[in-house]
Design a protein around this ligand. Structure first.
Ligand SMILES: [Zn+2]
Ligand SMILES: [Zn+2]
Length: 348
């Protein structure tokens, strides 16, 4: 895998929205338009280009002014081997006056859409890059006009990948993300899309409440900074509607789980979005005990190279008598709450 042409480490102050530094990403491979190429903006002479000259990045790292014979390779590792193209499931529309939660089938990755009884729309993550159009398709199918709250749990590609497409295609009112940055083009695309919407990212961290009517939405994590451990940086959202509650964990792993328990965050929930696609690095016994869910949902792609979900975790959920749904076997999983009772529906 060739290194990026711009070896500039972009440190982005998410909250202050100091996004001007992103100009440097234009000469790097992977950022292409519909024609497969793009315009040079910075350091052009270094690459034998004039400022503003249109060019293509080839798979071998060379730059040409004519399109490459083979499409450029991805510049960052993906969590899955290439699989059959994804297609959006046909979904039932959200129920009026109820809380509807859709654990969207986006293959390997996470994307969760929530429609509140008050009519607000929340999207947590957008799957991989290639899932972006599918997430948009799902949202349009469900009649979503605008998204009041968009949450990027952490900068990994299988969560943030599709969010730039969502930001381009739908009106987004607010964006929450933990204060961690990443050097991949995918993450820069997300930050740029946020900037293009004229938005500033609000920090997602333990204790921050999202102002929404009819529900209580509060971040349980991250409780601290986790350096390079992107998964532990995951924004963890606790959402309560009436007597029912959900915990959306992103890819938070055992370290963050232990810290949330120690911080006495509200974790107890009827429904647990299982951390990190059912990897055995998440859903520690102590965390499962603290959440004490009746239901669990694992968002995971069929045939993923990680072996997610792990048998240890499935066994742990089963022995705690948790009814578990998986997007790889059931397609999109929908949970509806009337404030007292929860009902589940699946596509397959
Ligand atoms: Zn993930
Ligand atoms: Zn991750």
């Amino acid at each position: 895998m060739k290194k990026h042409f711009t070896a500039i480490i972009v440190t982005i102050l998410l909250v202050s929205g100091a996004l001007g530094v992103l100009g440097s990403v234009y000469a790097s491979p992977g950022r292409t338009d519909a024609n497969g190429g793009h315009t040079c903006r910075t350091n052009c002479a270094k690459y034998g280009l004039k400022d503003g000259e249109y060019h293509y990045h080839n798979a071998d790292g060379s730059i040409t002014k004519t399109p490459p014979k083979t499409p450029p390779k991805a510049t960052e590792p993906s969590e899955t081997k290439p699989s059959a193209p994804l297609k959006a499931d046909k979904l039932k529309p959200p129920a009026n006056g109820k809380l509807s939660v859709y654990f969207l089938n986006v293959g390997q990755g996470d994307a969760t859409y929530i429609h509140t009884a008050n009519g607000d729309d929340i999207l947590i993550d957008g799957g991989k890059n290639e899932a972006g159009p599918i997430v948009v398709d799902y949202l349009k199918q469900l009649g979503v006009k605008d998204i009041e709250v968009l949450i990027s749990t952490h900068p990994d590609e299988d969560h943030v990948g599709g969010l730039d497409t969502v930001l381009q295609k739908l009106v987004v009112k607010s964006v929450y993300a933990p204060k961690v940055s990443h050097t991949t083009d995918t993450f820069k695309d997300f930050l740029l899309a946020v900037k293009n919407e004229g938005l500033t990212i609000k920090e997602a961290k333990a204790g921050v409440a999202i102002p929404l009517k009819g529900v209580t939405a509060k971040f349980a994590g991250p409780t601290k900074a986790y350096g390079d451990d992107l998964n532990d940086w995951s924004a963890v959202l606790h959402l309560a509607f009436g007597k029912t509650s959900f915990l959306f964990t992103g890819d938070a792993e055992a370290k963050s789980e232990a810290d949330m328990i120690a911080a006495k965050a509200t974790l107890k929930a009827d429904v647990l979005k299982v951390g990190h696609h059912g990897s055995n690095t998440s859903t520690s016994a102590a965390f499962l005990k603290a959440v004490a869910p009746k239901y669990a949902v694992i968002s995971v792609g069929a045939g993923n190279t990680y072996g997610h979900p792990k048998k240890t975790i499935l066994d742990r959920l089963a022995s705690a008598k948790v009814t578990t749904y998986r997007t790889d076997t059931k397609g999109t999983v929908m949970a509806v709450s009337d404030g007292t009772k929860l009902t589940f529906g699946t596509v397959k």
